[in-house]
Design a protein around this ligand. Structure first.
Ligand code: GLU
Length: 283
C-alpha cells in the first residue's frame, strides 16, 4: 500500500478568489489525484471581522465550477475554537507563550530600531508579574505570543528543526530546509480580538485532518518556519511542504483579492471556461 496523501486548499473567506487561488487549488487537487490521495477544502474563517458568508459561498461555487470536489463536511475554523484553545493551553502550561498587551503602534515602535525594522521581528518577554496583574485587573486586552526564547530553551536551539520542501521558497529554497523561526519574531498565537491566530489554527488543523502535504503559494514559505516550530512544540507530525510560484498578471504584478476584474466570478461572467483557465495557468 502506498503512503497516504492528504492535501488541502485553505482559503480565508475575506474576498473573492482570483486566478492565483484557482492555480493553487488545481495544483493541490491534481497532486492528490496523481497520488491516489485526498484533497480537502478548509475554510479559514477565524477572522470574524473580515470573513463574510458571501465570500464563503463564492469559494464553494468557484471551486465546483473549476471541477473540484472534496469530502464533506468541510471544516470551518470558527466552529472549532476549542481545539485551538486546547493547543494554546498546552503551550501556556509549558511556559512557551506570554501575554502581550502592546498595541500595533507600540509593537511598530518597539521594532522600528531593529535592523530590519519590521513588525514581524518583534520579540519580547512576559511582563513582571505585578504589572501584568495590574493590567489584567484593569481589563486591558492582550494577545498571546510565542516566546522564541522559551521555545529555543525547550528544544535546545533550532538547529535540529527541519522541514522537507518539495516545491520552492521565493529564493528557490528546496529540499531539506533548516527552519529559522527566529526570522518571524515572537508571533501572535492568539489575537486580542478572536482568541486564536493563523499559525496556531493551521498547525492544529493540518494535524487533526491528517494533512501530509501542504501545497500553497510561496508567499507562505516563511510561515512554514514558525509552523514547523509549533509542530515540534505540540508534538504534531510534520507535513511535507510544496510551495508554488505565485501567478502574475500581464502587468507582472501578482494577483490580489482587490483586483475585481480578475476574480473567478468576474472571469466566469465574462465567458471564461475552466478548461481555458487551466490552460492559461499552465495546468
Ligand atoms: N488561509 C490562508 C490564506 O488564505 C492560507 C493558509 C495556508 O495555506 O496555510 O492565505
Amino acid at each position: 500500500m502506498s503512503a497516504p496523501f492528504v492535501t488541502r486548499f485553505a482559503p480565508s473567506p475575506t474576498g473573492l478568489l482570483h486566478r492565483g487561488h484557482a492555480y493553487s487549488a488545481l495544483l493541490a487537487y491534481q497532486a492528490a489525484q496523481a497520488a491516489g490521495g485526498t484533497f480537502i477544502l478548509r475554510i479559514e474563517d477565524i477572522d470574524a471581522t473580515r470573513a463574510r458568508p458571501e465570500f464563503e459561498a463564492a469559494i464553494f461555487e468557484d471551486l465546483a465550477w473549476l471541477g473540484l470536489s472534496w469530502p464533506e463536511p468541510v471544516r470551518r475554523q470558527s466552529l472549532h475554537l476549542a481545539d485551538y484553545e486546547a493547543a494554546l493551553a498546552r503551550l501556556q502550561g509549558e511556559g512557551l507563550v506570554y501575554r502581550c498587551f502592546r498595541t500595533r503602534k507600540e509593537v511598530a515602535q518597539a521594532t522600528a530600531s531593529a535592523p530590519h525594522g519590521a513588525m514581524d521581528t518583534f520579540r519580547s518577554a512576559p511582563l513582571p508579574a505585578i504589572e501584568e496583574a495590574q493590567r489584567l485587573d484593569r481589563g486591558e486586552p492582550f494577545a498571546w505570543r510565542l516566546s522564541l526564547e522559551a521555545a529555543a530553551a525547550r528544544l535546545g536551539g533550532f538547529d535540529q528543526l527541519t522541514f522537507q520542501e518539495e516545491g520552492a521558497g521565493p529564493d528557490g529554497e528546496t529540499g531539506l530546509i533548516c527552519a529559522r523561526p527566529e526570522l518571524g519574531g515572537d508571533v501572535v498565537l492568539a489575537r486580542k480580538d478572536v482568541g486564536v491566530a493563523y499559525h496556531l489554527a493551521v498547525v492544529v488543523d493540518d494535524a487533526l485532518q491528517g494533512v501530509t502535504h501542504v501545497i500553497r503559494g510561496c508567499d507562505l514559505f516563511e510561515a512554514a518556519h514558525v509552523q514547523r516550530l509549533l509542530q515540534a512544540l505540540l508534538a504534531l507530525p510534520a507535513p511535507v511542504y510544496r510551495h508554488h510560484r505565485l501567478l502574475a498578471g500581464p502587468d507582472g504584478k501578482r494577483y490580489a483579492k482587490r483586483d475585481r476584474a480578475e476574480t473567478l466570478q468576474a472571469l466566469r461572467a465574462a465567458g471564461l471556461t475552466p478548461e481555458r483557465l487551466r490552460q492559461e495557468v499552465g495546468l
